[in-house]
Design a protein around this ligand. Structure first.
Ligand code: 6PG
Length: 241
């Protein structure tokens, strides 16, 4: 019996962060253009943390050929903080990407994670996603950008945490502050057409090696295997060491 978990693509390895971020911006804009050639509207799920900052800046500055006014933006996860907080993934994307583009306001679907009732925020995000996909039971995003933590987490899916895999959006607890998070589940992410990981630095080498080489590995970033889409791991030499 072939174990579906055996299959993961070879990562594309770049000599340093600068080359990695350049390649990531090119990979993402190519996937967005491919979607725009086939559809009127393109949906792009953004990652948080620090790694995407430079990638977003390149996407905003470069002549990518992407018609940004036809892209709808979503987030893979968000910290339960105000959108003005330095910890906010929305604020980071706003600063590094969206402020540099002409994007209609109703194309920016941020997670309202500052709501006191995080479960209500998660449910309302599901409704917002469903509305953007004409009520589809399992929405298929065109492009999903993901990072990975040194512990092998992705989005806000942390090792040792559990979630209802029937759900699309969950509330979860991070090991480090800000602890309360809202996140897409692997079920929703794996429905996407193109998933792109961008991972840099030696601190992530151990988790990356486990995920890409150990079929028994159960780290959350290893659970991302698009059911009917492409998966691309873009890493720098330090992370692949
Ligand atoms: C977040 C991200 C998270 C991130 C990893 C890697 O909310 O922090 O969504 O999953 O991608 O923690 O973070 P760095 O890019 O900062 O290493």
């Amino acid at each position: 019996m072939t174990d579906a978990r055996m299959w993961l693509p070879e990562p594309e390895v770049f000599r340093d962060e600068a080359a990695l971020f350049e390649a990531a911006a090119e990979t993402i804009s190519r996937a967005l253009r491919a979607s725009q050639n086939a559809n009127r509207r393109t949906t792009f799920v953004l990652a948080g943390g620090q790694t995407p900052r430079e990638v977003y800046r390149k996407l905003a500055a470069a002549k990518t050929g992407v018609e940004w006014d036809r892209v709808e933006f979503f987030w893979g996860d968000e910290r339960c903080v105000p959108p003005t907080s330095p910890d906010s993934n929305f604020r980071m994307a706003q600063e590094c990407l969206l402020s540099g583009l002409k994007v209609p306001e109703n194309h920016v679907h941020r997670i309202r994670a500052e709501m006191p009732d995080s479960e209500a925020a998660a449910r309302s995000y599901v409704e917002e996603i469903r509305a953007a996909f004409a009520g589809a039971a399992l929405p298929r995003f065109d492009v999903v950008l993901l990072g990975m933590g040194t512990d092998g987490h992705t989005a806000s899916l942390f090792p040792g945490t559990h979630w209802d895999e029937n759900r699309l959006i969950i509330v979860n607890e991070a090991p480090n502050p800000p602890r309360r998070r809202i996140s897409m589940t692997p079920r929703l992410i794996n429905a996407a057409a193109h998933v792109v990981f961008v991972v840099s630095g030696p601190a992530k080498a151990k988790a990356l090696k486990q995920i890409l080489n150990d079929p028994a590995c159960d780290l959350p970033a290893g659970m991302i295997r698009p059911t009917n889409g492409t998966l691309t791991w873009l890493v720098d030499h330090a992370a692949a060491s």
